[in-house]
Design a protein around this ligand. Sequence first.
Ligand SMILES: [Zn+2]
Length: 415
Amino acid sequence: MDELREQIELLQGSANLATSIDDVQKTIELLTAARAKIETEPHKAPITLATLQSPVKASLEVAQKDLKPAYFGLNKYGKALDKKFKDKPLPTAENDALSSHPHLINRAIAMHLLREGQFSVASTFIDEANRNPPHPEPTPGTPNPYLNDSWEKDLAKDALDSKKLQQHFGAMYHILHELRQQRNLRPAIEWARERSDVLEARGSNLEFELCRLQFVCLFVGQDENGHMTESAEGPFRAWAYARSEFGPFQIRYAKEVQQLMGSMAYWQNIVDSPYRQYFYNESAWEEVALSFTREFCSLLGLSADSPLYIATTAGAIALPTLLKLQNIMKEKRTEWTTQNELPVEIPLPPSYHFHSIFVCPVSKEQATDTNPPMMMPCGHVIAKESLDRLSKGARFKCPYCPNESHPRDARTVFL
Ligand SMILES: [Zn+2]
C-alpha cells in the first residue's frame, strides 16, 4: 500500500494539470482573437491565418510537454496498481443476494448521498431511479422477488421522495460547517437547547459539551462569534457566560462545572495548571462535531455513520476471507448452503461491533446508564429500577422463574 500512496503523492506533486490548462487557455485566446480579427477585416484573413500558425503550434507543443509528467505518472501508477492487485479477481456474482432487492439498494444509495450532504448528486440519482425503476431478479435466497417488491418499493419511496430528509441534513451540514470551519458554536448550542429534554432523556452530554467549549473559547479570548478579543477580558467573559448559562447544568454536571470555575484561579498560567486538558485540547472541535452528528442522526432515527458505508467497509474487510473460502470450496467441490449465515467468522474492528439495546421485560423501559440491565443469579435480566421495586431490598422471587435471590447478588450487565 505504501508504494501506491507514494505514487499518488508523486502524481499530486508533479503532474499538475493547472499549467496545461493555462496553456490550452492561451491557445483558445489566440484562436478567438484571430477569429475576431478576420470578422472585422475579412480581406486580411490569409495573413491573419498565416501569422497564427506558428504561435498556435508552439502553444500546443508546450501543452503537450506539460502533460508528459501526467501521462508518465498515470502510467507508473497503473503499473503499481497492477502489481499490488495481481491475481486477485473479484468474486463472481454466484451469490449475488442484492439483485433481488434493487429498490432497497437504491434507497441505501440515496440515503447515503443525502446524509453525506451530496444533495445535487442525490437528487439526480433519485430522478433517474424514479424514471427507470429497477427490476428485481430471482436469487437463491429470494426465488420470488416480486412477492416483496411492492413493500420494498414503498419503503424506498419514503427516502426517494424525501425533501424533508434533505432539509434535515441541510440543517445538519450548516451547523457542522459553522462548527468546523467557522468555529462558531452558537447554532449547535441553539439546536441542542431546543431539544434539551429529548437529549437529556437519551443520556446525551452534547449541550453541556458545547457550552463547556464555549466557556473555554471565551476564556482564551474569543467572543461568541469566534473572533479574537483582548485576551485579558477572556476569563471575565467566561465567568459571565458561566453565570448566565450553566444554571441548568449545576446538578448533572456539578463536578465539571466546579472544575471550570476552579480554572479561574489559574487564569494567568492555565498551561501549568491542573485544568490544562480543558483548554489545550486539539481535538475538542472535532469531538463536539462528531457528538453533534451522532445526536442529530439518532433523533432522526438514523445511525451516526451511513449504513451503506459501514456495510461496504465491512464487506471489503470480509472479501479476502470469502475469496479464500470460495477457492477452498471449489477445490473440495463442496457448496455453501447456509443462506443467512456466513460459513466462517469474519474478524471486524471493534467499532464495527454493534450492541443491542436492552428493554426491561417488566417495565418495558429502555435501559440507561442510571437504570442499567441487571442479571439475577438465575440468569434472567431486568432493569435496575424494576429489580429495586420487586425486591424492596430483600430476597425476592424472579418474575420469570421460580428462583429466589437477593438483590445484592444481581450483577450489572454492560451492553
Ligand atoms: Zn429467573
